[in-house]
Write a protein that binds this ligand. Structure first.
Ligand SMILES: Cc1cc2nc3c(=O)[nH]c(=O)nc-3n(C[C@H](O)[C@H](O)[C@H](O)COP(=O)(O)OP(=O)(O)OC[C@H]3O[C@@H](n4cnc5c(N)ncnc54)[C@H](O)[C@@H]3O)c2cc1C
Length: 419
């Protein structure tokens, strides 16, 4: 089915209310990458899934973002069976270079550190979202309702009632479980009264795409300037994506520069390793925050992805954590369903929370520590971090541990992930 022809109403045949009054086993609110990943991961579960996305499918695809996609995320998509549609459209990175601004001691991660053909991938938003949208449309048990907006949820002891605005009409469905994959502001989380902890950073993030004169050689760079981390990620067609963090005022001023001045500033941070740069398209500025939900579950409700947590973009972790949430929740509820248990029961959902909340907190803490230690000119801190980088480059055990932590190979692996 063409994306523009997605279901716009819930006809009676799409809502086969079962004997106990459920129209669906679960309703996923939000068809971003994370909501779509969960729906795809449940394709063989026997659970009936309703996935609801507020934006028109073509508008959801057209987001000018790109992400570092970690090894574990790739393995999860292999397990789902969608990776062969994603891989041809994305770039691989085979080398990562970490440096403290222009300080000579550089940490170099290479494929030989893990004995793998690559270290990770970089994907533009549509290269992930579109194959996932197409995948869920071919899943027998998934109804993909788009555009449609969830405008109300009520939770009862034995289920949840979800009000959906679709084609200017309100329709109501009942399910055993609601999954909020509705992004950082998560109206579903807020309406359920789940509190969050965290803070907004003193930095904003500028995102831009460039084309360097010389080949990028599938190398990713993270340069820690005292104003904030600066990442260069390789993309197909010898393009690169820049993620440049700087204090708010500086970031705003940089964004206000004309293209020529912006490129001159960019080249100063970038270095001359790839020759002259050409700016491709517009630059965008994002607010950066750290947020962890006080709880990931309530009876009949689970949070995944940005609805549950947000982190600093250093290390490209946010989306990858959400992909792991989706795989973990799919595993927990599928196991419960097979054992004849109620997937919306708090005792079941707590298994997901225990698995993911702590693991995400570790990464949130790690990205926060990286940002604070490197966005700092205090001499003792500078000396200690440079010593740390030197140790990381020279002690293979430390280096491989840090690499595995960054690309998701530490912690509990979902069964879905193909090893
Ligand atoms: C500058 C920057 C750089 C980043 N770089 C990386 C990176 O390199 N690697 C990485 O892993 N992560 C990165 N991230 C993080 C990443 O962008 C997010 O973690 C990820 O996009 C979250 O996806 P999501 O599906 O949870 O939420 P979203 O993408 O926000 O999707 C939520 C969806 O829910 C829909 N929705 C909301 N409310 C409703 C409703 N009531 N009814 C129906 N639908 C609704 C919305 O329309 C939306 O489509 C970066 C973030 C920033 C800001």
């Amino acid at each position: 089915m063409a994306l523009s022809q997605l279901s716009q109403t819930l006809s009676p045949s799409q809502t086969p209310t079962d004997a106990r009054g459920y129209d669906y086993d679960l309703v996923i609110v939000g068809g971003g990458i994370i909501g779509l990943t969960l729906a795809s991961a449940l394709k063989d579960s026997g659970l009936s899934v309703l996935l609801i996305e507020a934006k028109v499918a073509s508008a959801a695809v057209a987001k000018g973002q790109a992400y570092a996609v970690h090894m574990l995320s790739a393995r999860i998509y292999q397990g789902i069976g969608v990776w062969d549609k994603i891989l041809p459209q994305i770039a691989k990175y085979c080398q990562v270079r970490l440096s403290d601004a222009d300080y000579g001691d550089v940490v170099e991660f290479a494929t030989t550190d893990l004995d793998t053909p690559e270290l990770g991938y970089v994907a533009e938003h549509q290269a992930l979202l579109q194959p996932l949208q197409e995948f869920v449309q071919n899943c027998d048990h998934v109804t993909y309702l788009c555009p449609a907006e969830v405008v109300g949820t009520q939770y009862q002891q034995d289920g949840a009632t979800i009000e959906i605005k679709v084609a200017e009409q309100i329709q109501t469905v009942r399910s055993k479980l609601v999954v909020a994959a509705d992004g950082a502001r998560s109206p579903i989380r807020q309406a359920a009264g789940i509190k969050t902890l965290g803070w907004k950073y003193w930095q904003s993030c500028i995102v831009a795409f460039v084309k360097p004169e010389k080949p990028h050689n599938n190398t990713a760079y993270e340069k820690f300037w005292s104003s904030g981390p600066f990442a260069i990620l390789p993309l197909p067609g010898n393009r690169c994506r820049i993620v440049w963090t700087a204090p708010h005022e500086e970031a705003k001023a940089l964004c206000a520069l004309d293209d020529e001045q912006f490129l001159a500033e960019l080249s100063r941070r970038y270095g001359d390793q790839m020759g002259k740069l050409e700016l491709l398209g517009d630059r965008f500025i994002f607010q950066v925050q750290l947020m962890q939900s006080d709880r990931y579950v309530l009876p009949r409700l689970a949070l995944i992805g940005d609805a549950a947590h947000n982190c600093h973009p250093v290390g490209g972790q946010g989306l990858n954590l959400g992909i792991r949430d989706a795989a973990a929740l799919a595993e927990v509820i599928q196991t419960a369903h097979k054992a004849g248990e109620d997937i919306g029961k708090i005792q079941i959902l707590k298994k997901y929370e225990r698995w993911r909340q702590k693991e995400n907190l570790t990464i949130l803490g790690f990205t926060d520590l990286l940002d604070r230690v490197f966005s700092n000119n205090f001499l003792p801190v500078v000396l200690v971090r440079r010593l740390g980088l030197g140790i990381m480059q020279r002690v293979p055990l430390v280096k491989v541990f840090a690499l595995k932590l960054m690309i998701g190979l530490k912690g509990r692996t979902p069964k879905l992930a193909k090893l």
